[in-house]
Design a protein around this ligand. Sequence first.
Ligand code: AMP
Ligand code: GLY
Length: 420
Amino acid sequence: MNVLVIGSGGREHALAWKISQSPRCSGLFIAPGNAGTLLVGTNVSIDTQNHKEVINFCKEKDIGLVVIGPDDFLASGIVDSLHSAGILAFGPTKSAAKLEWSKAFSKDFMNRHGIPTALSATFSTFNEALAYSKTQALPMVIKADGLALGKGVVIAQTHEEAEKTLSSFMVDEVFGESGKTVVFEEFLEGPEISIHAFCDGTVAKLFPVARDHKRAGDGNTGANTGGMGAIAPVLVSAEFLKEVEEKIVAPVMKGMAVEGAPFVGILYPGLMVTKAGIRVIEFNARFGDPEAQSYMRLLDSDLLDIMLDCVEGKLAGREIHWNTGYACTVIIASGGYPGKYTSGFPIKGLSAIADSSAVVFYAGTEKEGEEVVTAGGRVLGVSALGVTPEEAKTNAYTTVKSLQFDGMQYRSDIGANWGI
Ligand code: AMP
Ligand code: GLY
């Protein structure tokens, strides 16, 4: 079967790497891909925003499954377009992906179905939002309703900062339509974890628990990023997993089906473990990046088999096997990321990976002649396995230290804490 992966990040390299190992995969295309996806398939430069162009490409290359990486493609309804054209696609429809692309919808959905989340209030007019903000305690969490490149959450420490945020979201419309509606949330505290589940519309099968590291600096300091590293499995009890399944994942599957938008693809709830219990911070409708990089190292089963079962509603009969070890992914980013950074620096050390347990997944990279050069904020993800958490961490950093480009930055504490 020929497979098309849409996206250009480290997540897509990891997915393509894993799919390429499937005996069922005879041809693999990535649109647009990056310098790393070139190592496992063929990059194609179609306009992925243009559904017609994607459909035409799929027909021309006889694509049997399209795998969609990023959230904005799902929000654009690409899965619906592909299905209408008779092409199988792994990912939720536009109405099911609404769990991610509208925080207002997702909060209402959780409240309708008794799913534990932060208390919230939603507003679509600036004056009402501002008046409400003045009655709220600090810090105050303000979220743009729609997708905002991971920048739509502000934790305001003062009422002035809250007003400035509301003004930039709702009046200046810095995120366009996405910020015209805002969601206020109570401020929660506790360790954060990433839950992922394969979903076929009815059945959901949980992955081991993962943890992303969103802040740029060691000890969770500095600016929010797309994610600077991911570990899995985070060590949780069987009771904890059961609670996640029963209180969060099962009600989502049931609720979405009842509301006419059965969820197919990856359901990825971001959770906070507070003193008062588990709370959903957000729903994502896709693999996390960099969680996917760690997960693809741990997944022993054939990813293509599982994805096809999800799309065909046959997940119940599929056994999914995970490596019993640990995976640690450390992101190497351009100096200055998540702020301004410069690209085009040659990357050294890629041809001889220092540790045999590590795989380097490429993100913002480009091929320039024979050289791989930097071409984005997050550049590489070094993903290593270990029999113990400590070994996975050590193996990852051995390889990180063998790679080099001008200005590179990475956190040195990914994998320092595997608990909750
Ligand atoms: P997001 O962009 O939605 O992933 O949110 C970014 C980060 O904001 C999360 O990883 C949390 O650390 C933080 N956050 C979101 N909602 C809350 C909340 N209600 N209380 C405290 N922190 C939050
Ligand atoms: N790991 C964060 C994200 O993919 O949204």
